[in-house]
Design a protein around this ligand. Structure first.
Ligand code: OVV
Length: 406
């Protein structure tokens, strides 16, 4: 049998654990790992990988905010780009530090500003209404295929300005990108197999001539014409949209359906006042965070909450655990759309916080409002099938039905 690696504690008496959070059953059900993080916190050394880990809201937030010490340019996964070759050219925004990060961030934040996106709403609403109307007569269906995938896989590529063909490659690619943030386990190998044809296809879609005018991809190339970025940078920024923009919202919408199916009283609260959709989405992200893990790398010797951290150390930030931290929200384990979940960390915190959040919110909000207007009951009709992913947590299948009602 293959010997599992073992990394000694970095100092005597350091809190350690030999749990492997990347075992499939922990990825599918993180409760035991969360318990380990809480019991040994605020930081615990994972002997299996030789990294620090935290799931405390205070420390996760502090490390995200301290972007000078805890850099992103050495990768935001388990791998250290300083010592290991990344599988693709690093992202110019996700895997970069200031000042380079700042310039790229400015481009994407203006392309993806709430204002720039407001023109998309009407088209999103039309698509959501058609889809929900069709499902109201459908009996039992898979909420993942029909809603969580079906809605964004239409509106998102249209918003970016992609061709109509082969859009399923976007899901394969996103799945690969997120799985590659973890160890090179079976799950990552399967993702790579599945995405074999997607990688070259993605690179092609990022080229200027494959992007429709008047859509987000073309808007990014507008910054080339104004001399602010190069053509190569533009194509990599489009790649960022395609990497981060679809699987995340698919998972978020799936988690949203599950939350409301499990909490029918909360569904009635939303139906009474559909304007709560924006806050409801934020509460879904807190209660069932789509991205469970990002890493940072200590670029110098430092300490966090009294724990010394050496230069080069990776720190696993468990976002979904932090979002259920009862030190931050005494009733963290209650799904309550009437709370104001300010400070929830699902989009990250600080300079790297999700730049596409307004687009994600628009998609989810439109779908949620459409459902709230037309649907009396959301009900599971079978067991949800979890989707084990090294960085995302959600469902592969969600058997359900919806019932019409004013
Ligand atoms: C997985 C992920 C998240 C956010 C951004 C990117 C990727 C990127 O490629 O820039």
């Amino acid at each position: 049998m293959q010997q599992k690696p073992f990394f000694d504690a970095p100092f005597p008496d350091a809190p350690i654990s030999d749990i492997d959070p990347y075992e499939e059953h922990h990825l599918e059900d993180p409760r035991e790992f969360h318990e380990t993080l809480r019991r040994n916190g605020p930081l615990v050394w994972l002997t299996r990988y030789g990294v620090w880990a935290t799931g405390k809201h205070r420390e996760v937030t502090a490390i995200f905010k301290n972007f000078r010490t805890f850099c992103s340019s050495r990768g935001v996964g388990l791998q250290d780009f300083k010592t290991e070759e990344p599988w693709r050219p690093p992202s110019l925004i996700l895997e970069a530090d200031p000042p380079e990060h700042t310039r790229m961030r400015k481009v994407l934040s203006s392309v993806l500003s709430a204002n720039a996106l407001s023109a998309l709403r009407a088209g999103f609403e039309k698509e959501a209404e058609q889809r929900v109307d069709r499902l109201l007569g459908a009996g039992e269906f898979d909420g993942i295929q029909e809603l969580a995938v079906g809605f964004p896989i239409t509106v998102f590529p249209d918003a970016v300005g992609l061709n109509r063909e082969n859009r399923h490659f976007l899901l394969d690619y996103g799945n690969l990108v997120f799985n590659m943030l973890g160890p090179r386990n079976e799950i990552a190998a399967r993702a790579a197999q599945r995405a074999a044809s997607a990688v070259a296809w993605i690179a092609e879609q990022c080229e200027r001539e494959n992007l429709a005018d008047g859509a987000l991809g073309g808007d990014i190339y507008g910054y080339v014409d104004r001399g602010e970025i190069t053509e190569t940078q533009a194509s990599l920024l489009v790649r960022s949209l395609l990497s981060a923009g679809l699987d995340t919202t698919v998972i978020a919408i799936g988690n949203m359906l599950r939350c409301f199916a499990d909490h029918p009283a909360q569904w009635q609260v939303l139906r009474q006042d559909p304007h709560r959709a924006r806050f409801a989405f934020e509460e879904v992200l807190r209660y069932a965070s789509p991205v469970h893990t990002f890493f940072r790398t200590a670029d110098e010797d430092t300490e966090v909450s009294g724990v010394p951290i050496r230069e080069g150390a990776k720190v696993l930030l468990n976002i979904d655990c932090a979002n259920r931290d009862t030190d931050r929200w005494p009733d963290a384990n209650v799904f309550d759309i009437t709370r104001r979940p300010g400070g929830q960390a699902a989009f990250g915190v600080g300079i790297h916080a999700c730049v596409g959040r307004h687009l994600a919110a628009l998609e989810s909000e439109v779908l949620l409002q459409t459902l709230a207007a037309k649907v009396r009951l959301i009900e599971l009709t079978g067991a949800p099938v979890p989707d084990a992913n090294n960085a995302l947590r959600g469902y592969r299948e969600l058997p359900m039905r919806i019932e019409a009602g004013e």
